[in-house]
Design a protein around this ligand. Sequence first.
Ligand SMILES: [Zn+2]
Length: 150
Amino acid sequence: MVFYLISFSIRRKPRPLSIPTQWAKLLTEVVNYPVLSSLSGLVESGVVGKHTLAAAKIAHEFGHVNQMIDSDGAHYKHQLQLVQVYITTLLSNGHNARDPRLNELTREIGGTPLELREDREYLAEANAMLYLRDRLSDSARLDRRFFRKG
Ligand SMILES: [Zn+2]
């Protein structure tokens, strides 16, 4: 499996990513998207159709929509502002994650920006999982009916 950087220059050919970069990208996908990355493997092996994967991705995105609907908009906006302050602080302090200002921001945000992102992605993945539970149980019922004798 080879990943390519998307190049916006017409003259340039996409260049392959280095092996460590490929592994880092793959690891990030597996950690942040456990449902979709697992499903991708099943699509590649032909167990699950690609349309099911596409629908699961849409279900994942609807998971984010549900989070937005269920959240307090002002709190969400405040969190985003604090995340920006966190990132700016981290970039300006030489990437010192033990900076007391970051600890205070982490407390106000309710976690580090990375933890916040992981929480949101996992909730969206849970929505994809609910879709798959319904989809695959319907498929199983159809399969049982199709193969029933007599
Ligand atoms: Zn997501």
